[in-house]
Ligand binder design. Structure first.
Ligand code: F6P
Length: 341
């Protein structure tokens, strides 16, 4: 078999572990040839690729980022490029394409699959918001980084009797905020799924100080918003890919909480540090399993599907399911966390 691999969308710890696993399983166990397209779908559209043999993937298991490079592509650009992609797949004699990516990438994968290309997707995102899989690799690393940062921030917040509002990634969902906030014992968490009431939030944080505590940590997912009309809030518009831009929930909340509580407040934005660097062992294992199973699915001719974790097993599910809905934080999970925050 000839297999093409690509990584697309925001990078994520564990991408290299998938690439390595695909190459090992395909080359060593099946005698396949593997190529990697550079910079995501762009590489497929431009026919820009490199050969991936065992030497090419040596030593990359623990390396963050992606040796193939990544990029975002506008949906209309991809739609216009279907015939070009088909041409490159035919010229290169590819029997399967394994795109590794998040929601946008999997939507693109579905488009190409619907147009007859042999696709087996692998889901990735630090946000953990793809409903068709229990977990995505990258999430555990992001939660670990955020938790370590929160642990550190507590000591400086206490020294200065401050409120620190720590902004973590999560554009549509608050999984990283909920898990890191719970793991680090934060004092409030705000997530996109539940627009917050600023009065309630200020009361929750203020009650801590009234009880004699000297600092507070609030974790805010970047996509969190106040209930409409309850506080001044700047929205950031959208970027060229149609993604919402954020105007800084941590900055806006710190100004508002400082004004309401009369306590010094500071915003801390963790940003891309959450997805840079080496993946945790959990993410390395999940990514390696996804790569192995993607190759197997390709050999079984299971195209138009993607790998998914269900319980402890890896299965494949239709790409259509993968992009149907986001996995949001259920009210129950949020409620469970509230009593320990
Ligand atoms: O979707 C993954 C993600 O890391 C989000 O959590 C974040 O909002 C976004 O990517 C950031 O994207 P970019 O690197 O393009 O700014």
């Amino acid at each position: 078999m000839r297999i093409g691999v690509l990584t697309s969308g925001g990078d994520c710890p564990g991408l290299n572990a998938v690439i390595r696993s695909v190459v090992h399983r395909a080359v060593v166990d099946h005698g396949d040839e593997v190529i990697g397209f550079r910079d995501g779908w762009k590489g497929l559209l431009d026919g820009d690729y490199l050969k991936l043999d065992l030497d090419a993937v040596a030593g990359i298991l623990a390396r963050g980022g992606t040796i193939l490079g990544s990029s975002r592509v506008r949906p209309e650009h991809l739609r216009d490029g279907v015939e070009r992609a088909r041409g490159h797949v035919a010229d290169l004699g590819l029997d399967a394409i394994i795109p590794i990516g998040g929601e946008g990438t999997l939507k693109a994968a579905r488009l190409l699959s619907d147009n007859g290309l042999p696709i087996v997707g692998v889901p990735k995102t630090i946000d953990n918001d793809i409903a068709a899989t229990d977990v995505t690799f990258g999430f555990d690393t992001a939660v670990t980084v955020a938790t370590e940062a929160l642990d550190r921030l507590k000591t400086t917040a206490e020294s200065h009797q401050r409120v620190l509002i720590v902004e973590v990634m999560g554009r549509h969902t608050g999984w990283i905020a909920l898990h890191s906030g719970t793991a680090a014992g934060a004092h409030a968490v705000v997530v996109p799924e539940r627009p917050f009431d600023i009065e309630e939030l200020a009361a929750q944080v203020g009650a801590r100080f009234s009880a004699g505590k000297r600092f507070a940590i609030v974790v805010a997912a970047e996509g969190a918003k106040p209930r409409p009309g309850t506080m001044r809030f700047d929205e950031g518009g959208t970027d060229v890919y149609g993604h919402e831009r954020f105007a800084g929930i941590a900055r806006q909340l710190s100004l508002e909480l400082e004004r309401r509580l009369g306590k010094e407040a500071r915003p801390v934005i963790l940003g891309h540090v959450q997805r840079g660097g080496t993946p945790t062992p959990y993410d390395r294992v999940l990514a390696t399993r996804f790569g192995w199973h993607a190759v197997e699915a390709a050999h079984r001719g299971e195209f138009g599907r993607m790998t998914a974790l269900r319980g402890t097993e890896i299965v494949t599910v239709p790409l259509a399911d993968a992009v149907e809905r986001l996995k949001t934080v259920p009210a129950q999970r949020f409620a469970e966390a509230q009593c320990v925050l």
